[in-house]
Design a binder for this molecule. Structure first.
Ligand code: NAP
Ligand code: F7E
Length: 325
């Protein structure tokens, strides 16, 4: 009988980690994941409720290399998906050192563990469109060749991760790949990211559980896709015949104002009556526009998104309505 592939996912209880675990189980993988120690355990694995009995969870922290090497020796993964991070851009201005520790040293700790203990492991690195900062090609898109000038501590840390992956790939001939993923959302998105914040508050207003939605910059634009589509890209990238870097995006961009308008209109409400701007949600430096050209992953790996901006939001609105009702 053929041995099952074994995947280790850092950040398995996050948005992407939970969808990726489901997807890999459907592909007959044995799935292992790291959990960070938390004083509250009750909700920590709520995103994994559907598959809790089918995944193997182990305490580890990206900032603690000994916990990672122990796991690598114990689990003997064929693939590692490095999704663990302090992933909130605004919070990275408040906690720049912690953010850097989880992303920069977290990535290096994994790379050193692979280099020293098992050079056959393939590693996927969760790189981000936040690395581009306000750099845009003449045609309005960002792509693999677009220069990267990040504008947040999170983006700077992710750029280090991206570069060190490339450096170790070339230096030690390891199978290490970057997915440069643009924003992706779902009903499992944290409520302090703008999409699920808007959806959650709009649904509460609709149900008379709230009467105001406070936001920051409504002019920023993002290329929003659905997380379910993006975890499939991660798997394709790591199962390619060579390690490489790929942009993953829908190619369509919307403003935060568009997001607000679509959500409120869907719920038959006029957003003007409820939106209030609060400066506390503005960032010290803003990334204004993101729109990704994912021609490379579409042509080389056959990836394409199934969800649009609208169907992604419909899924999120439906999930919140169901929850509150
Ligand atoms: P998420 O929901 O915030 O999940 C992050 C995960 O990392 C959580 O499981 C978290 O655990 C864990 N984590 C945090 N600090 C850690 C540490 N020190 N050691 C081990 N694990 C730690 O993020 P996501 O949206 O799923 O994103 C997954 C990855 O893709 C992240 O690296 C993110 O930066 C990157 N990314 C995301 C997007 C996007 O639009 N979603 C786009 C590009 C790249 P706790 O919940 O217990 O803290
Ligand atoms: O903000 C604006 C805000 O926090 C989107 C992470 O997954 O994607 C994500 O980072 C936009 C920004 O996502 C509020 O200023 C307005 O322009 O949902 P967000 P993000 O910063 O783009 C990248 C690709 C990642 O890699 C990250 O890990 O919305 N905005 N008002 C607001 N944003 C928030 N959070 N809250 C507001 O009230």
């Amino acid at each position: 009988m053929k041995n099952k592939k074994r995947a280790l996912i850092t950040g398995i209880n996050g948005q992407d980690g939970s969808y990726l675990a489901e997807y890999l189980l459907s592909k007959d993988y044995e799935v292992f994941g790291t959990l960070k120690r938390n004083s509250v355990v009750e909700n920590q694995t709520s995103r994994l409720n559907n598959i809790f009995e089918n995944v193997n969870l182990e305490y580890a922290d990206l900032t603690d290399m000994s916990s990672l090497t122990r796991l690598i020796k114990q689990v003997k993964p064929t693939e590692i998906y490095n999704l663990g991070a302090q992933s909130h851009v605004k919070i990275s201005f408040d906690q720049p050192i912690y953010t850097t520790n989880t992303i920069v040293f977290g990535t290096l700790n994994l790379l050193e563990s692979i280099r020293l203990f098992d050079t056959n492991i393939r590693l996927y690195q969760a790189s981000s469109s936040e690395m581009f900062g306000n750099s845009i090609d003449g045609d309005g898109f960002q792509r693999e060749s677009t220069p990267m000038y990040p504008v947040s501590p999170y983006g700077c840390a992710k750029l280090f991760g991206y570069n060190i992956i490339r450096n170790y790939r070339h230096s030690y001939k390891l199978f290490l790949s970057n997915g440069i993923l643009f924003n992706h959302e779902s009903p499992r998105r944290g409520l302090n990211f703008v999409t699920n914040k808007v959806v959650n508050e709009a649904v509460k207003i609709k149900l008379n559980l709230s009467n105001v939605l406070e936001l920051g910059n409504l002019q920023a634009t993002r290329d929003w896709g659905h997380a379910k589509d993006y975890v499939e890209a991660m798997h394709l990238i790591l199962n390619h015949d060579k390690p490489d870097d790929f942009v993953c995006a829908t190619g369509v961009s919307h403003s935060v104002q568009d997001l607000v308008d679509y959500t409120f209109n869907k719920l038959d409400m006029d957003p003007k009556s409820y939106i209030k701007i609060n400066k506390k949600y503005l960032r010290p430096e803003e990334l204004s526009h993101l729109k990704g050209d994912s021609t490379k992953i579409r042509s080389e790996l056959g990836w394409k998104p199934n969800y649009t901006f609208e169907t992604m939001l419909d899924d999120m609105i439906e999930a919140r309505l169901k929850l509150y009702k």
